[in-house]
Design a protein around this ligand. Structure first.
Ligand code: HEC
Length: 147
């Protein structure tokens, strides 16, 4: 009997540990993914703030951002919530609302790619960057802890 209880305990502990490992996995990927998104946006912001005359660099950052924006829903896949992340649990209870925030981000990054491929006018580029920035804040405000 004791042996059976021990076996059941070990089995359940093992399966909990596995579940937790899985959550840690995508939550961990998500943190790095979001840091990359933040890195691209930070680079764009610094180029603009420092008045660096390299709109071509902004175009490249925009392309990178748009490319990876297609993975935003993947890094929030079902079951990827984790105790020690900053993603609010309501992401997964109101998924279609969350999807809309992700869609806005994809569109705004596509718009920045389009604008930077057409013009070097920093005012126009700045407006498109501002629009993109609003989609970050728009999602963080509802779905990210402590923003
Ligand atoms: C659809 C929602 C959504 C959009 C759009 C979004 N984010 Fe996030 N972001 C989140 C959530 C949720 C977290 C918290 C994730 C976690 O802790 O697991 C986060 C985390 C972050 C982090 C912290 C990463 C870390 O080290 O923990 C940074 C930086 C960040 N986002 C930058 C951005 C920038 C810049 C943009 C826009 C270009 C953006 N995000 C767009 C939802 C979003």
């Amino acid at each position: 009997m004791k042996f059976l209880m021990l076996a059941v305990f070990l089995w359940s502990f093992n399966s909990f540990a596995k579940d937790d490992e899985k959550r840690q996995g995508m939550a961990e990927v998500r943190e790095h993914y979001m840091s990359a998104v933040g890195g691209n946006m930070g680079t764009i912001g610094a180029i603009m703030k420092e008045g660096v005359k390299q709109p071509g660099m902004i175009a490249n950052q925009a392309k990178a951002l748009h490319e990876i924006s297609s993975d935003i829903l993947t890094v929030f896949e079902k079951g990827s919530d984790s105790k020690d992340d900053d993603a609010k649990a309501k992401i997964w209870t109101e998924w279609s609302k969350f999807e809309k925030k992700a869609e806005a981000f994809k569109k705004a990054s596509a718009n920045l790619v389009a604008v930077t491929s057409k013009t070097k006018d920093m005012k126009k580029i700045g407006a498109a960057v501002g629009k993109l920035g609003k989609t970050c804040k728009g999602c963080h405000k509802s779905y990210k802890e402590k923003d």
